[in-house]
Design a protein around this ligand. Sequence first.
Ligand code: 5GP
Length: 187
Amino acid sequence: MNTQISPLFNDIKQVLIDEEAIALRIREMGEKITQDYRGKDLILLCVLKGSLLFAPDLMRHIQVPLVLDFIAISSYGDATSTSGVVRIVKDLEESIENRHVLIVEDIVDTGLTLGYLIKALKLRKPASIRTCTLLDKPVRRILEVPIDYKGFEIGDHFVVGYGLDFAGRYRNLPAIGILKDELINRA
Ligand code: 5GP
């Protein structure tokens, strides 16, 4: 399929990861997770809203019984960075006590959000907590956080698409790309 057809691509200065590469990598990640979680009571924890496309696509490739739950967090910051002050705005419905939790994140940047989440969830006494992220920006890290499953490492770019937004938009772009500078500066 030619993703360049979407008019959303007009706002992108560079496509970093195209739709096919995303799909291939997610399949590999799902296969690895399947091996690791055989026989375990798995809760897949989709972090809203950024993982809204990633989590269900990943789930299709995880061939062990699992329960899906959602958590929504809001972090304070400007348009393209987080301050690390995080608040749970929608909590889980499931109890995670004695269960194996896999957090599914869109991107780990400073690490502050994931660090906060791991700390908050550990208090609920899960059997284990692991983390899975589609994207990792290691050069931006402030807090070291464990990443057990990683899709792609990227450089210091603000990216959109495949669930990731800028001011609420571009989540429906099927690839991951860098917005044109004038669009970021205008906001
Ligand atoms: P951290 O707490 O690791 O700095 O940032 C985590 C959150 O910041 C991500 O879940 C995401 O919502 C947002 N974020 C960080 N980098 C980017 C990026 O390049 N693009 C978008 N759209 N969001 C980002």
